[in-house]
Design a protein around this ligand. Structure first.
Ligand code: MCN
Length: 784
């Protein structure tokens, strides 16, 4: 059945391949004559590179090339690009594909070897001699900002790598008139996306055609192509980027890295394809780090609980050089910190501080989880101060349904029914029996609590205008192509990337319903810049459904009209009298008169003589370039049930429930899975994950025994409730949601812990809530 496919709980068409070992991941790609590369990475956090001696490595049997940072620099025409560049003329602390003169974080690449295989390349790496002159390392925000701190970039006056301000309304006046002012300081640890499949590239330079062919595990093939062109000085048409199956991206594979440039330069140097895949240990220092921030805020409110102002500073603890998305994740924290609330006056300074750590970049949720933690903490703190229920404060400050479109400090929110979403969550929690369970546990002396958070997810990015205004130098439009072939089969060519989120299934559902064909008559092709349409943004910011899906819907609607025009001509009836379902076109009210889509395909491609109406072009293909007029704003209310062992400080999640609204849902099964996966990552950030650095700045996190991601044992049962407030400006009404699960999890868990420990007066203002941190908070609560 094609009717009703949008909204159907269809199992993912991607899964049989993935689950039966038929997927091709980057490391499965083997090009003829391919070499494998390895990098020498600095173990020091900060040092001058005095001398790199590559002679012994170059002489090692099986080695084809050894490159230093200076060699790579000489082979490119630009340093590592930063797409976040609000002021193109402002100097930014950018890096090079391999360090030149100075290393600024442990793990930074210093030299690269291409050899017959990875083991030989690693052996040769050990033969490279580097003379370093160690420099004082700066690994904390406080050290970096201290007067007289060692400077990471001599051409900058201090260690501030970038700044931004987000503001709206008269903040001073709001605070002058406030009945209540609350202040708080928050700290969030460093995390990384840690996808199961680490990053990797196979680069092949063709000296005859001067073309670069890249296989890359990326979420943004077109963006890579643009940036690669910029660095190598190549026209983008000379670069092809192909993406094999991606074993999780989670934002880390959105960013642009030096390794892909190094592989390309090695291929050019050796005349052979070169593969470079990071191992797990490298992944912890070479894939973007994220989340580490210190945030200070003040909230102004009236005695009745109306929030009138919010101000403060977001300090992003950046790395030694800017990552490709620059300050943008920290800016996004500031840009979304008013969340679902109508706060008339707002000012947030954003300060990106350089430290001798890995570059800061994308991770699912971007800046939103921190923004959510802050606004939800402040709402609960205001409720405590006023002696009222936190949900009463939420309800008082929610943006009303009648207030949409609503201008938040940066984004215009499209639609939302926040109070209904909160009620949906509360009803589900009551139905699940959590309040009764928690109170009987407490009667037994157990510390069990329930916590809530309400989030908005600004998603479905573009339009291009807003992307550019936010300082990003790339577009926000999508192009989708849909074709019916001569046998009536449908192929969708999308610029969106599949990285495990089920986008092929969802796009197939949109195409199948719109064109009236069964789902298995649709093939979705992605991940090849030579054959797929341009999507300069790529897949990130939860945009595949709201931008790609909407573009496809429009293209498929036009294609369906063409199909019906041709069918009408063949059946000698008006196209208005035709319906199409399950690949068969029939005349309304005359069930006998039918025509298959294959027959129309045949007419459009093969039997053109008289088969097409006058003036109708052959072939059945439509493309749509869609630059949305706005972002989409989905929302959700998360409830967490936890128990706390007050002796050990261990928090055990017992239940996790999300009431969610992402407009028209294409596939509720996928959306549920996305919420579960995001929530699992949110639980990781709330309780376990942190990248550690030692006192001298050494990177301590080397494996999953150091970096604890939640496993099936740690995640509780999940439940999801749906409601739907379609995005009115988006064809189809879809809103993005791929990051929602992670956004609200931290705050909900923190509030559940606070609730469980209400007798101990614990408040949580930093993540993760590790056992030692929680025991300290319990002691501190007892001391108050
Ligand atoms: N969907 C839907 N109906 C909607 C909205 C979405 O059925 N109204 C479906 C979509 O079709 C898609 C999924 O839900 O299959 C997520 O859609 P969307 O919100 O459009 O997000 P994207 O497809 O753009 O995915 C990106 C988003 C981000 S930014 C990260 S990071 C992320 C994520 O989603 N990384 C993931 N989910 C991931 N899931 C997996 N398994 N692996 C990753 O790397």
């Amino acid at each position: 059945m094609s009717e009703g496919l949008i909204g159907a709980r269809v199992t993912r068409t991607e899964d049989p391949r993935l689950l039966t070992g038929r997927a091709t991941f980057l490391d499965d790609v083997r090009a003829p004559g391919m070499l494998e590369a390895a990098l020498l990475r600095s173990t020091l956090p900060h040092a001058r590179v005095v001398r790199v001696d590559t002679a012994a490595a170059a002489a090692h049997p099986g080695v084809f090339a050894v490159l230093t940072g200076a060699d790579v620099k000489a082979a490119v025409v630009a340093p590592q690009p930063v797409v976040w560049r609000p002021d193109p003329d402002a100097p930014l602390p950018v890096g090079h594909p391999l360090a030149v003169d100075v290393v600024r974080y442990p793990g930074q690449g210093v030299a690269a070897v291409a050899a017959v295989d990875r083991a030989t390349a690693e052996d040769a790496v050990e033969l490279i001699e580097v003379e370093y002159e160690p420099l004082p390392a700066v690994t904390t925000l406080e050290q970096a900002l201290a007067p007289g701190a060692p400077r990471l970039h001599e051409d900058l006056p201090d260690n501030v790598g970038a700044r931004a301000v987000v503001e709206k309304g008269d903040v001073e006046a709001a605070f002058a008139r406030a009945d209540v002012v609350l202040r708080e300081s928050f700290r969030f640890s460093r995390q990384t996306a840690a996808p199961l499949e680490t990053r990797g590239v196979v680069a092949t330079w063709d000296p005859v055609t001067s073309r670069l062919d890249l296989w890359l595990s990326t979420q943004a093939p077109e963006l890579v192509r643009e940036l690669m062109g910029e660095v190598l000085g190549l026209p983008v048409g000379r670069i092809r980027v192909r993406t094999p199956d991606v074993g999780g991206g989670f934002g880390a594979k959105f960013d642009f890295y030096g390794e892909e440039v190094v592989a390309a330069v090695l291929s050019r140097a050796t005349g052979r394809p070169v593969k470079l895949v990071e191992d797990r240990r490298e992944s912890f220092v070479a894939s973007s780090h994220s989340r580490e921030q210190r945030i200070e805020v003040e909230l102004a409110a009236r005695a009745d609980g109306t929030i009138t102002g919010l101000r403060g500073t977001v300090h992003g603890v950046l790395g030694g050089v800017l990552g490709s998305v620059g300050l943008s994740p920290c800016w996004t924290t500031a840009a979304t910190m008013t969340g679902p609330y109508d706060i008339p006056a707002y000012r947030m300074d954003v300060v990106g501080v350089l430290t001798n750590k890995s570059p800061y970049g994308s991770y699912r949720g971007y800046g939103l989880p921190k923004a959510n933690f802050v606004h939800e903490h402040m709402v609960e703190a205001l409720a405590r101060r006023l002696g009222v229920d936190a949900h009463a404060v939420r309800r008082r400050n929610f943006i009303r349904p009648s207030a949409f479109p609503y201008a938040s400090p940066v984004f215009v929110y499209d639609t939302g029914r926040y109070e209904e979403c909160l009620d949906l969550c509360l009803r589900a929690v009551a139905r699940a029996g959590w309040p009764a369970f928690a109170s009987s546990a407490r009667e037994r002396g157990e510390a069990v609590g329930i916590g809530y958070s309400f989030h908005t997810e600004v998603s479905g990015f573009g339009p291009s205008r807003i992307i550019n205004q936010g300082g990003m130098r790339h577009s926000g439009f999508d192009e989708e192509v849909v074709r019916i072939d001569s046998t009536g089969h449908v192929t969708v060519h999308t610029g969106q990337s599949a990285m495990g989120q089920g986008v092929h299934t969802a796009l197939a559902q949109v195409a199948a319903q719109t064109l009236g064909v069964p789902l298995d008559h649709v093939t979705v092709i992605s991940g090849d810049t030579d054959s797929c349409p341009y999507t300069g943004y790529g897949t990130g910011a939860s945009r595949a459904a709201a931008v790609g899906g909407a573009a496809l819907l429009t293209a498929a609607t036009r294609l369906r009209a063409k199909v019906l025009r041709i069918a009408g001509h063949l059946l000698e009836v008006s196209p208005d009298d035709l319906v199409v379902a399950d690949g068969v076109i029939s005349v309304r009210g005359a069930p006998g008169a039918t025509l298959s889509l294959a027959r129309v395909g045949d007419a459009a491609y093969r039997r053109l003589d008289g088969a097409l109406p006058e003036g109708e072009a052959p072939s059945l293909e439509e493309r749509e370039v869609y630059d949305p007029v706005n972002v989409t704003t989905s929302c959700g209310c998360t409830a967490a049930l936890v128990s706390v062992d007050v002796e050990t400080g261990v928090v055990t999640p017992l239940g996790h429930l999300i009431a969610h609204d992402c407009g028209t849902v294409i596939n509720p099964l996928i959306v549920d899975g996305q919420l579960h996966g995001g929530a699992a990552q949110g639980i990781g950030g709330a309780l376990f994950e942190q990248l550690a650095y030692g006192p001298s700045g050494e990177a301590l996190t080397r494996s999953f025994t150091d970096y604890l991601v939640p496993t099936a044992v740690e995640v509780p049962p999940f439940a999801v409730e749906h409601m739907s407030t379609p995005a009115e400006h988006v064809p189809g009404g879809f809103k993005g949601m791929g990051e929602a699960g992670v956004v609200g999890a931290g705050a909900a868990i923190a509030h559940a812990v606070e609730d469980a420990l209400s007798a101990h007066g614990v408040t949580i203002t930093s993540l993760p809530i590790t056992p030692p941190a929680l025991l300290a908070a319990i002691r501190e609560g007892a001391g108050r």
